[in-house]
Design a protein around this ligand. Structure first.
Ligand code: SAM
Length: 381
């Protein structure tokens, strides 16, 4: 059965109050089915799957350093069944994360299976349903399969992951010198391992690697210019991310966040920046290069410039719970329904219902901000 996806202009749903985009429920989106959309008409095309909440780093802005994993891990085939459901509803991009995903056995096999899946919708919006690699006839496109990792184990895994079908990798790296890096991760001699992982990923064709850096005032904000040099020297895309209140020990303060404005000012003083066009309206990073075209810097500013109006994401935690926002107050037990014998049709209906509850936006820094029910490491960043 062929079905045309509803076409809607998201911009018509966004009322700009001069500060934050406010979303209004969209009548059309409330009428199922079609591809997965929330009540504001935002299409959900991006699924982040945490495959463990164990991590071999104890980054100071993320973890207390005393607590370990808190949630269970599922068999890889169970994550795959849930991913298949999301793909059948319109998800096109799957990002594997954690915790630290490279700690998880079976990850390479998981990527190999993901690489056989095909999108259920063609770029023109035509519904083609569930298809796989190798099938003949009209079928969807390969998924965009991404991985977010701290890079510690990447040197040994980059080639197998690439061979299995991984599309690209993002490595988190919050300093470009060994001493600051070890102070942030609280793991000695970690910097060289991550550098080796980044270079290996570049060498096996997973480049350009994105290198994510969370800047904290008084900790690593002295390194902005060195990160720019690093991008130019190593051919990686450096992305600065504003620190969000998602850490285990509740130390977040707005004053510690280095805002997009400040980063742009510092980079411009280092060398004139040139803004790059966005790849897509939903892109979270503002992208820049320098006046000579060498290096690429992205700035992701969820605190100073929220992009919730364009959010296309849902998350699946390592224990199989759906989360509709990083800052959600609760999880939704998709896995529980699955193990109790839910059919694919029932589980799809459940996913649609939960996505309808997706929050309009987060409330970071506002008086009514409530801490989310899980911290970043236990959600999957
Ligand atoms: N272990 C993997 C890694 O290091 O990339 C994946 C999980 S980690 C939680 C994902 C990303 O979240 C990392 O880039 C990390 O820097 C970022 N992160 C963690 N806590 C954060 C916070 N409170 N605000 C912004 N980013 C955060």
């Amino acid at each position: 059965m062929k079905q045309m996806a509803t076409t809607m202009s998201l911009s018509s749903l966004i009322i700009d109050d001069g500060n934050t985009a406010v979303l209004e429920p969209e009548a059309e989106a409330l009428q199922m089915p079609g591809r997965l959309r929330d009540k504001f008409g935002r299409a959900i095309t991006d699924l982040r799957v945490s495959v463990t909440d164990r991590c071999n780093y104890k980054c100071v802005y993320c973890r207390t350093g005393n607590e370990g994993a808190q949630y269970t891990e599922l068999p890889i085939e169970d994550y795959l069944r849930m991913v298949r459901l999301f793909v059948s509803l319109g998800v096109e991009k799957v990002r594997l994360t954690g915790g630290e995903p490279l700690l998880r056995s079976g990850l390479v096999e998981m990527v190999r299976e993901l690489a056989t899946m095909r999108t259920a919708y063609l770029p023109d919006g035509t519904f083609v349903g569930e298809t796989f690699a190798g099938e003949t006839g009209r079928r969807g496109l390969p998924l965009d399969i991404a991985l977010t990792t701290n890079g510690h184990l990447l040197e040994g895994l980059a080639q197998p992951l690439r061979d299995a079908g991984l599309s690209r990798v993002t490595v988190s790296m919050d300093a470009v010198d060994a001493e600051t890096f070890a102070a942030i991760t609280r793991v000695p001699r970690s910097f060289d391992k991550v550098m080796a992982g980044i270079r290996k990923a570049q060498a096996v064709g997973l480049g350009p690697v994105k290198v994510n850096c969370v800047l904290l005032r008084g900790f690593n904000d002295g390194q902005i210019e060195q990160f720019a040099e690093f991008s130019r020297r190593e051919g990686v895309i450096v992305r600065f991310i504003e620190w969000m209140p998602l850490e285990e020990d509740r130390t977040w303060k707005r004053e510690t966040v280095i805002s997009m404005e400040e980063i742009v000012e510092r980079l411009n003083a280092y060398r004139p920046l040139v803004e790059l066009a966005p790849h897509a309206a939903s892109e979270t990073a503002k992208r820049f290069t320098f006046d000579d075209g060498l290096g690429e810097i992205g700035i992701i500013a969820p605190v100073s410039r929220p992009f919730c109006g364009h959010c296309s994401r849902v998350r699946l935690t390592s224990d199989g719970k759906m989360r509709t926002c990083l800052f959600s107050q609760s999880d939704h037990d998709l896995y529980g329904r699955m193990v109790r014998g839910g059919t694919d049709a029932e589980l799809r209906a459940y996913i649609r219902r939960i996505v309808m509850q997706k929050e309009a936006r987060h409330h970071i820094g506002e008086p009514d901000f409530e801490k989310p029910s899980r911290n970043m490491v236990h959600i999957g960043g």
